[in-house]
Design a protein around this ligand. Structure first.
Ligand SMILES: Cc1cc2nc3c(=O)[nH]c(=O)nc-3n(C[C@H](O)[C@H](O)[C@H](O)COP(=O)(O)OP(=O)(O)OC[C@H]3O[C@@H](n4cnc5c(N)ncnc54)[C@H](O)[C@@H]3O)c2cc1C
Length: 413
């Protein structure tokens, strides 16, 4: 994918990818069933969560790393450990603020401190694959990417790309929705920040979990918005990739990590807690080793219960993503082909998708964006949060129904 003002676009004609094979692109589609066969040697038993060695919940033992992380700082601590134990020479990570405070880029961290400096989530999508072009021959790397990026990386490895094969460990966040870079511009306008007052820093998950968006400007303006409030940006600025992807749990990452959204952890008020999924024996060894050394405070969890924390987003991707792709094709627009489709989707779920897609269609239009940046966030944030919770409660029975029996039909051959 390549960046654009509206977020990542399919990388057709993309010279920024150097010699990388730009026919491998999530905008076009990745054959998930075939990739599963090649990479894991089999299809997953559960197509919602992918192949799983173990599921755990917890956080980095070091409180500084836990606080710096988006949820429990687990991705950061594992990357540091891979460097400390000489398993890798560098890690491809994302950093907000490069090349300018409003932008984010991939960087290659080679020390634990550099990894820590890149902790936290960046909610605009960052092109990570081009960083492979900066690999030094003979060195081994870890790669952090969103689900579509890790799938592209695995596809490049499958095709024998020499640089992709230098990646020894793939790590990634669960990824629900990423925003168009324009979201920040609109957010500033809605908070009446003058165009002449440049932004000096952006943090997406500042402070204590679940954190807040914090933006500072040269004149000293500091904007702070709790995560649940700035979620109002999602319907207006969500990327096409987020709407069409079918992978929430980062199915091709050796280690996939998400927020542990459950009242048990959210109400404890102790700090960030992550859901941590190992998918390969090699990564399971690393995590077990780190737990034994007291570097990670993790507890094994029942995969079904852990999956329940993210039922809404799993449905959004696995059934919603498929239906939205079909709708796009119906209107003559391209949509990615992932080589499989849900075996059954009941009529009520299809009807709910019509509502969801209409909302996205309307909200992402220019007039809706114009209006939204004129409503103060102190009104829109709480209102959107209230609407979101109401909608979640209302659509929950339909969105959850049949999800536990989610089955697929392979369409790629
Ligand atoms: C766009 C996006 C959407 C997400 N949506 C959800 C969701 O709906 N539900 C959920 O449970 N979790 C979601 N997450 C995951 C969550 O925000 C945390 O990233 C995850 O829990 C890992 O936390 P951590 O503390 O272990 O990570 P940290 O220790 O903070 O490490 C995060 C690592 O990921 C890298 N990184 C950050 N942003 C990006 C990016 N955009 N692209 C590539 N690498 C990146 C950082 O450089 C860092 O190395 C999302 C993450 C992103 C980036």
């Amino acid at each position: 994918m390549v960046p654009s003002r509206e977020g990542p676009r399919p990388c057709v004609d993309d010279s920024s990818q150097g010699a990388l094979d730009h026919s491998v692109c999530p905008g076009v589609g990745i054959d998930y069933p075939r990739l599963y066969e090649v990479h894991y040697g089999r299809h997953p038993d559960n197509w919602l969560t992918g192949i799983v060695q173990k599921v755990r919940t917890g956080h980095a033992a070091d409180p500084t790393i836990r606080l710096a992380g988006a949820s429990g700082g687990v991705l950061t601590r594992v990357l540091q450990y891979l460097l400390e134990t000489g398993r890798i020479d560098g890690a491809v990570v994302a950093k907000q603020g490069i090349p300018s405070p409003m932008e984010a880029s991939a960087v290659i961290a080679t020390t634990p401190q550099e990894v820590l400096d890149c902790a936290g989530s960046v909610y605009i999508q960052v092109p990570m694959i081009p960083a492979l072009a900066r690999f030094e021959p003979g060195k081994r790397y870890a790669f952090v990417g969103t689900p579509e990026q890790t799938a592209v990386l695995r596809e490049l490895q499958r095709r024998g790309d020499a640089r992709a094969r230098q990646v020894a460990f793939v790590l990634g966040p669960y990824t629900g929705t990423a925003l168009s870079p324009r979201a920040l511009e609109y957010y500033l306008r809605s908070n009446k920040v003058a165009k002449e007052d440049p932004v000096t820093s952006v943090q997406w998950r500042a402070g204590k979990w679940p954190g807040y968006l914090e933006i500072q400007t040269k004149s000293g303006v500091i904007l702070r918005s709790p995560k649940v409030y700035y979620n109002f940006l999602i319907p207006f600025f969500v990327t096409d990739t987020s709407l069409l992807s079918r992978d929430f749990c980062n199915e091709f990452a050796d280690l996939a990590v998400g927020d542990a959204w459950s009242p048990k952890f959210e109400n404890a008020g102790e700090g960030g807690v992550s859901v941590v999924v190992t998918r390969t024996p090699e990564m399971e060894t690393v995590i077990a080793e780190m737990c034994n050394k007291g570097l990670l405070a993790l507890e094994e969890a029942d995969p079904a219960k852990a999956g329940d924390m993210h039922g809404h987003m799993l449905d959004f991707k696995k059934r919603g993503g498929y239906l939205r792709g079909r709708m796009r094709r119906f209107f003559g627009r391209p949509a990615p082909d992932y080589g499989y489709r849900p075996a059954r989707i009941a009529f009520p779920r299809r009807a709910v998708e019509l509502i969801i897609s209409s909302v996205f269609f309307l909200c992402r239009s220019a007039p809706a964006r114009w209006i939204v940046c004129r409503i103060p966030e102190r009104i829109l944030g709480p209102f959107f949060n209230w609407m979101r919770l109401r909608w979640k409660a209302l659509s929950r029975p339909t969105k959850r129904k049949g999800l536990a029996q989610y089955d697929v039909i392979i369409t790629s051959r």
